[in-house]
Design a protein around this ligand. Structure first.
Ligand code: FES
Ligand SMILES: [Fe+2]
Length: 417
């Protein structure tokens, strides 16, 4: 083994050991966990492709033929509403000779989102209904024992939770209503399934997916990255984290008391806060904080008093991710005469504080690649970072149990033979 290159087995052991530390002794993970391609492949195989991954929101898929193309963990996917009203996650791999049926070579499907009345593979023009069934296949009449019903697009297991479409490549993840049971109850007042996605901004980020999730969940970095922006309203020292379900982190970012008093006085004087229409039915605490959530491993979601924000993450390699930042609002906002102005202002604000985070990710990733990098000590405000480690350690241990069962199954069957 090359010096400084740990094996995946060694890194797994170190993640499990790190996760066992109490918060007051907690450390960040070994740097190679963020930089090793072999470890990334291990995480894809045992965590990411065995978990529910968010791919779209129903407001992007209102009518039959509406679609979202997304490449996730190397899989070209098509999220589409069919004529029967069902939303499915289909493979874009043509069952003929593997062309991407929604490739940019296909004029009708060149964009990432859009509407298609039928799906036509650009290579030999096999065509598919919106539910993936093969509809047309020119010049195949001489192929013997060729049955069209055997040659549709493959479908992956999907579920819709609170209006978000998720895919699970393993087919074995626990249903989302079970995994996110406590969360479903808490976010009910936001009526997320009825919200409309208004903004999507795409970013390629030179950082490991866990760098992104850790940064999303911990607000200790308000002190640095957002010192003059978010920290002024939601000081790092007031933030805290809890776990509503085994797979859900809930981080509270309360407004500082002076801001709460200011907003109260302004409301009493008939001046509502800037932004979108306030969401009805929130508690006073919910109106006066941002809720940062992680549906583990990497569904990053934010609830605010007037909107929700979803960061759609596509891990690409150990050191690269694609991120789509979105804002969702109650469609009632669209009737407001100032809506477009508000949207422009709020998007600019979102982009501003996002750029503050973007400035950190590549610097962290470069540091993690350094010979000098080593696990660092965590603040109590980085509780979510430790909770992510504990989740990952649990997944490593689950994988170990699954493998040892597999091994014993094989040896039992060998014994019979
Ligand atoms: S590869 Fe799609 S029609 Fe041939
Ligand atoms: Fe941030």
């Amino acid at each position: 083994m090359t010096p400084g290159k740990s094996s995946v087995e060694d890194l797994k052991r170190r993640v499990v050991a790190s996760a066992k530390l109490p918060l007051e002794h907690a450390m960040s993970l070994p740097p190679e966990v963020y930089t090793s391609e072999a470890y990334f492949d291990y995480e894809v195989a045992t965590v990411l492709s065995r978990s529910w991954m968010g791919v779209a929101h129903v407001s992007q898929l209102k009518k039959p033929g509406d679609y979202v193309n997304i490449d996730l963990l190397g899989e070209p996917l098509l999220v589409i509403r069919a004529k029967d009203g069902e939303i499915r996650v289909l493979s874009r791999v043509c069952p003929h000779r593997a062309m991407d049926v929604m490739s940019p070579a296909n004029d009708a499907a060149a964009s990432e989102t859009g509407n298609a009345p039928i799906l036509v593979c650009p290579y030999h023009r096999w065509s598919f209904d919106l539910d993936g069934k093969l509809k047309g296949c020119p010049e195949m009449h001489e192929a013997v024992d060729f049955n069209k019903e055997d040659w549709g697009l493959s479908e992956f297991r999907s579920e819709i939770w609170q209006g978000f479409v998720f895919v699970d490549f393993s087919g074995e993840a626990e249903p989302l209503e079970t995994q996110f049971a406590g969360w479903s109850e808490i976010i009910a007042p936001w009526k997320v399934a009825e919200m409309q996605m208004t903004t999507e901004m795409e970013w390629i980020v030179d950082a490991n997916w866990k760098v992104m999730v850790e940064n999303w969940a911990e607000s200790y970095h308000h002190l640095g990255s957002h010192h003059s922006s978010l920290h002024v309203q939601m000081p790092a020292g007031m933030t805290w984290c809890e776990q509503t379900d085994d797979n859900v982190l809930r981080c509270h970012l309360p407004y500082k008391p002076e801001l709460v008093a200011e907003l109260k006085a302004a409301a009493a004087a008939g001046n509502p806060p800037s932004g979108f229409r306030p969401i009805q039915g929130l508690t006073e605490a919910q109106q006066n904080e941002w809720g940062v959530w992680v549906g583990l491993p990497c569904f990053m979601f934010l609830t605010g008093p007037d909107r929700t924000i979803w960061y759609r993450l596509q891990p690409l390699s150990a050191g690269k991710c694609k991120l789509t930042t979105t804002t969702l609002v109650d469609p009632a906002n669209f009737a407001d005469p100032d809506y477009e102005k508000t949207l422009t202002e709020q998007n600019a604000m979102l982009a501003d504080f996002h750029m503050e985070d973007m400035a950190m990710y590549p610097g962290v990733q470069r540091g993690l690649n350094s010979r000098a990098a080593r696990p660092g000590r965590l603040s109590h405000l980085e509780d979510p970072v430790l909770r992510l480690q504990r989740y990952l350690a649990r997944r490593i241990e689950e994988d170990g149990r699954r493998n040892s069962k597999g091994v014993s199954r094989v040896s039992e069957s060998e014994a019979v033979l």
